[in-house]
Every structure is written in structure tokens, then in C-alpha cells.
Design a protein around this ligand. Structure first.
Ligand code: CAP
Ligand code: MG
Length: 430
């Protein structure tokens, strides 16, 4: 059966117009399907096409067809006319460029690597309410990474125990106490109780240290419940809400972006479940595009990995993610990223987390520099002298990196760091 129809979605002469959205895919055709047909099908299914020719196609609809315009081995770039995309609707964007196409029989594998947003598309999004600069001002902390920790184990503490561990974390010099992604409001640790107790101890820690202290308290639930929880956070003087953005979903994050910004809350985005679609290098969607989408919608920070900690991810990926979140302009990287100019959209912080301890701090800072939220959790609570000393050891490791000292040099005058190095050295968790 003829498949010429798909050729109409391939135009190797096409030069994307300034207002077209361009997507970069990795693709592998299924057996018996040519490359041209495969990319035509991707462009077709993600724009105006269907599986057969139609008698009903008015000629003007040709203007809405996506065009595969550059094929390089297993990589293809596709240009999408602006009118295909509803203004300010990130949900609809995903239904197109990250929708049905992943399930097409004609493809053995398909991965959305990146998509560049033209200014005409960007103008309908607000991006982060607080950029990195806004967060810095809010936290009154500059020239060093912002620091935080999750009480560990992940779940199990009562609200009292959780707040107590949080207090020790703040007193050790950290800025943030963070909930774990699977801690919300369980019978043994209700959200409201946790907020009340953390509020009390935050105020105490602020009075004792003279520093600004905050927390990423996890509001993840159905959207109506998230709103109530965000209200409670604002009433108690918090400046952040944490959301598990992948499992909560694009629509919920978009709703909560506005709701939280009205309350003066920045959004800490945990990416739990991202690896379900970004880990296979041949299929799914990259973390790069997820991070980009979340900056577009407007979270203030999102997890981007450590490269040296317990979870998968490379240094190159971490650097690229950091650039995509922090910079105004990001250059293209062949087969990896497209050019992006964010215009007036504010920046967002990368968050490095997962299996870190003081001995790994220099490795992480070598990758990210200081414009980062650094989370060290097990790596402070497992310190031989406890949580507070663990946080102090981490802050000492940060100072060492800033002053160009090795951790061993610093440890000679910093007993907390010395004890951490004696326990973990520079161990990289598997
Ligand atoms: C870190 C963490 C985070 C991971 C998520 C955890 O704790 O709270 O969920 O960092 O990964 O439960 O593992 P530790 P990522 O510091 O004790 O490992 O940041 O890569 O999304
Ligand atoms: Mg966690």
C-alpha cells in the first residue's frame, strides 16, 4: 500500500521560520520502513496527519503541517508552525511533540531530545516567579551554593522527630530542610502537624543563627489539596512549596505555578519518575527537555543530578541541564541540544542531590559552580557525630572548595569534616 502521504511531511529544503518551534528527535524505523517515511510519520502524527489520505483536507491546512527538514543518520529535526500550539498551554505541547508518536508501530524507538521555543511561543508563558536572583534575595545567601537536607530515612519519622532533625540541619548551617518525595501527609506524620512544628523550630533556628531558614515541604497531591497545603505554608510564613512535578503532571504544575506565586511561594520541583522515560537513551524524552519545560511553566528549581552520587547521570548532562536552567541563551550541542534564547523568562536553580556526602562536595561544585541548590541528606545524618556536625562538615567542604584548599587540608583544622572523611573519604555510591 502506498505511503506517499507521509512524504508530504518531509521537506529537506525547508528553512524554519523565526516563529516555528523546532524539535530534535532520535528515531529508529521499524523493519521495512524507510528513514524518510519514518520521519514523515513523526511529523504527521505530531501535527495534522492521520494514517491515510483524506478527501476532506482543505488546502489551507497544508500551512499547519509539520516538516521534517533535516535528517542526519538517526536524528531528525522537525519544524512546527506556531499556530499548531495553543498559547501558554504546555499540556497541549506535550500531546503533540511527546504524544502518540512514541507508540507508533512504524518506529522501533523514538526519543524527544529537545525542542526550541521561539519568542512568539515563549511570550505566553510566565516562567519562574522567583529567578535565581529572587531566591538569593529571599534567602539572603550569596556566593555559595544554597544547602539543604532531607531527614532520613525517607519516611517513618513522626512530625516531631522530623522537625527535630530539621532543626539540627538548620543549626549546622544549612538553608533548607526538605521533605522526601514520598512524604506527604501520612497517618504517622500529617502535613499540618509537620508544618506547625517546622514553623516553630524554623523561627527558633532563625533567632539563634540570625540566618534565613526555609524548607521544601511536599504538597504533592490532587490539585485542590495542593492549593490548601500551599495556603497553609503561606500562612505560616514559608517561601517555598515542593511538588513532585512528573507524577503530579504538567497541568497541575501549571496551575500551582500561578497559585504559589500569588502566595509568594517558590516551587521546588522534585523529578521522581523521570527515569521511567529518560533513562533509555533510544526512547522516551530527555531530562533536558523536562527541565526546559519546567522552567517554561515556572518552577524555581528542579533536580538535575550529581554525576558522582547514587543515581544515573553524567557530568556532561548535569552541565547541560544547569545551562538550560540558569542561562539566558544556550547554544546548540550536536545531537544533544538545540539553541534556546529565553528572553525575559527568569532563571531556575539546578538541584544536585542523591548519595552525596562532604567528600563529594568538590566534585559537584566543579560541575555546577556555586549557582546551585546542594542537597546532602544521608551524607549528613550518617555523620559519626550526628546531623548538625554533618551539616557543618558539608559547609566546611564548601568553604574549602571556595578557598582552593583540598578537603584534607581543610580537615586538619575542621574536626567535623575530618570525621566525615574518616567515614566516607571520597566514596562514590553505586
Ligand atoms: C536524596 C533524595 C532524592 C534524590 C532524587 C533521595 O537523598 O532525597 O530523592 O536525590 O534524585 O531520596 O534519594 P540522599 P535526583 O542525599 O540521602 O541520597 O536528585 O537525581 O532527582
Ligand atoms: Mg528523595
Amino acid at each position: 500500500m502506498a505511503i506517499d502521504w507521509y512524504q508530504e511531511f518531509v521537506d529537506l529544503e525547508h528553512e524554519p521560520a523565526a516563529d516555528e518551534l523546532v524539535a530534535l528527535f532520535y528515531f529508529e524505523p521499524a523493519e521495512g520502513i524507510s528513514r524518510e517515511e519514518a520521519v514523515g510519520r513523526i511529523a504527521s502524527e505530531s501535527s495534522t496527519g492521520t494514517w491515510t489520505t483524506l478527501h476532506t483536507l482543505p488546502p489551507r491546512m497544508r500551512d499547519l503541517q509539520a516538516k521534517a527538514f533535516e535528517i542526519d543518520g538517526n536524528y531528525v529535526k522537525i519544524a512546527y508552525p506556531l499556530a499548531l500550539w495553543e498559547e501558554g498551554n504546555a499540556v497541549q505541547l506535550l500531546s503533540g511533540i511527546a504524544g502518540n508518536i512514541f507508540g507508533m508501530k512504524a518506529l522501533a524507538n523514538l526519543r524527544l531530545i529537545d525542542a526550541s521555543f521561539p519568542p512568539a511561543y515563549l511570550q505566553h508563558f510566565k516562567g519562574p516567579h522567583f529567578g535565581m536572583e529572587g531566591i538569593r534575595t529571599m534567602m539572603r545567601a550569596r556566593g555559595r551554593p544554597l544547602t539543604g537536607a532531607v531527614p532520613k530515612p525517607k519516611v517513618g519519622f513522626s512530625a516531631e522527630e522530623h522537625a527535630e532533625v530539621g532543626f539540627e540541619t538548620w543549626m549546622g548551617g544549612f538553608d533548607f530542610v526538605k521533605d522526601d518525595e514520598n512524604l506527604t501527609s501520612m497517618p504517622f506524620n500529617r502535613f499540618d502537624d509537620r508544618v506547625a512544628l517546622l514553623t516553630k523550630l524554623r523561627d527558633k533556628a532563625e533567632n539563634l543563627t540570625g540566618e534565613r531558614k526555609s524548607a521544601f515541604i511536599n504538597i504533592s497531591a490532587d490539585t485542590e489539596t495542593m492549593k490548601k497545603r500551599a495556603d497553609l505554608l503561606a500562612e505560616n510564613g514559608w517561601n517555598y512549596a515542593m511538588i513532585d512535578v512528573v507524577v503530579a503532571g504538567t497541568a497541575a504544575v501549571a496551575t500551582m505555578r500561578d497559585y504559589c506565586s500569588d502566595l509568594g511561594l517558590a516551587i521546588h520541583a522534585h523529578r521522581a519518575m523521570h527515569a521511567a522515560f529518560d533513562r533509555d537513551p533510544k526512547h522516551g524524552m530527555t531530562m533536558l527537555f523536562l527541565a526546559k519545560l519546567m522552567r517554561l511553566i515556572g518552577v524555581s528549581q528542579i533536580h538535575t543530578g550529581t554525576a558522582v552520587g547514587k543515581l544515573v547521570g553524567t557530568k556532561e548532562e548535569a552541565r547541560l541541564l544547569a545551562d538550560m536552567l540558569r542561562e539566558r541563551r544556550v547554544g546548540a550541542v550536536e545531537k544533544t541540544a538545540l539553541e534556546q534564547d529565553w528572553g525575559d523568562i527568569r532563571s531556575a536553580f539546578p538541584v544536585s542531590s542523591g548519595g552525596l556526602h562532604p567528600g563529594l562536595v568538590p566534585d559537584v561544585l566543579d560541575i555546577y559552580g556555586t549557582e546551585l541548590v546542594l542537597l546532602v541528606s544521608g551524607g549528613i545524618h550518617g555523620h559519626p557525630q550526628g546531623t548538625r556536625a554533618g551539616a557543618e562538615a558539608t559547609m566546611q567542604a564548601i568553604e574549602a572548595w571556595r578557598d582552593g584548599e583540598t578537603l584534607e587540608e581543610k580537615a586538619a583544622k575542621a574536626p567535623e569534616l575530618r570525621a566525615a572523611l574518616e567515614k566516607w573519604g571520597h566514596y562514590k555510591p553505586k
